[in-house]
Write a protein that binds this ligand. Sequence first.
Ligand SMILES: C[S@@+](CC[C@H](N)C(=O)[O-])C[C@H]1O[C@@H](n2cnc3c(N)ncnc32)[C@H](O)[C@@H]1O
Length: 535
Amino acid sequence: MPTLNWIGKDSVVNHHYHVPFHLLKDVPDLACGKPGGGNLIVQGDNLVALKALLPYYGGQVKCIYIDPPYNTGNEGWVYNDNVNSPLIKQWLGQVVGREGDDLSRHDKWLCMMYPRLALLKQFLCPDGLIFISIDENEHRWLEAMADEIFGAQNRIETLIWKKSYGGGAKSKHIVNLHEYILLYARNIDRISEFKLPPSKEVLKYYKFEDNKVSTRGPYRLQPLATNSMDPRPNLRYSIPFEGEEIWPEKQWQWSKERALAALANDELVIKKSKGKWSVNYKQYLKDGEGTERSSKPYSIIDNIYTQQGTNEIGEIFGDGKAFNFPKPSALIAHLLQFATGKDDICLDSFGGSGTTGHAVLKLNRQDGGNRRFVLVEMDPKIAKSSTAERVRRVAQGYTAPDGTKVEGLQGGFRFCELGESLFDKDGKIRESVSFGDLARHVYFTETGEPLARERVTNSPLIGTHQGTAVFLLYNGILGDKSTNGGNVLTRQVLARLPKFDGQKVIYCAGSLLGPDRLRAERIIVRQTPYEVKVS
Ligand SMILES: C[S@@+](CC[C@H](N)C(=O)[O-])C[C@H]1O[C@@H](n2cnc3c(N)ncnc32)[C@H](O)[C@@H]1O
């Protein structure tokens, strides 16, 4: 398969492995509602933030939606749409080095995106999905790069979002009305059929009821005759009704057997008007098992427009210019509706005005779900005044500029900033690192599985994974806080560890047990800090 190359690529393809793990620092003043609800907003560069989030969410996220800067060359918006924000410029200088001087605008953008996408992939659960919004500026490069990272075989579709309905007086040649949303699976073989529930527009056609309403719901009428040009002689037959034989003009949609069974079951509605027979069948909202009819999403999304996103910002903040070109929450909700179940986690690492958080709360309200969101936004001002503030307002309710009181959607979030790295420049664990912080980190790097916050207890046995128990002796977890005292594996310490009959990995400051004892006890010692992965 052809692959994409660009200046700086060699410096970034493995960069995500070397990003150091940082701690997350709660900012309770910026939180909203119940902090334990599972929603989270993080302020910080998403490269570092994603690495910090991996021990909590790696392999757990069902749906990622990202809307990165499109690299339009516009730097005058609320956010920088180029790769020219001071932070990213500095990062490129450090990572790509001198070669960075030769980078074109596209090279820079690709260098910025590659390690971030590589990290995002690690968050997806086995049946996870990622949506990436993009326009014509970087679409062709992004698709080649995403094929490389996620695997071309996992590309499900490139959706076309028709974002506006007209205008474009300034366009010289073609009026561009659309952009793209790339959709990849973590593993396409794990993805089952996408299903969308019937929309309000469709539901209004289901206005009739008969005696099957309790099991099959209301029904709509659909013509049984078809104008299909494809002649199928077995579909041309007469239906006997009130002593007459009713023939289709061309043919029926169903076989004779099926039509006669429907007639006998009172599932056909046959009428005569102006001397002409019409035959309709009852299309019930639910099938025989009581499952509601669903449809599949289309590759073209054409009834949700950019203007709606701007209007939402205007309604929530009283000023449509408070954030430039936010996505409409209906667009993200549409994607989440077929990509997520009611308890899934959704991640957006280019948070902007918090549309993804808004869409998650909205969809939960609509279907009684308990989806959770994780949003990351680099710019401190945007993170606080747009991302968090928007989600707070839609969760708790707000007053629109015309005085209408808009009811809150409920829900809340924790707000975090990026704290220090786990290790100092000499590779030592920082003193400020708590037992819980290190436990989560050690467990994740040892097993590849995140350790949920609530699973960290006051025990040196931090978890078991595939028959192996992971222990951590740190900060005098057994009560001995003397320098290295309780953190060293001795006979006495071993006797006090929770019993586990199987392979044990013990992270500790040192071990005084001999190799024979360790083998007999099935213990692998990993010495802190040297054997703790730092990046
Ligand atoms: C196109 S906007 C996203 C808009 C968002 N979808 C909405 O509907 O409001 C891109 C956002 O990503 C942020 N951003 C850019 N680079 C980032 C990075 N490295 N880490 C985190 N956020 C970043 C920008 O500050 C900007 O707010």
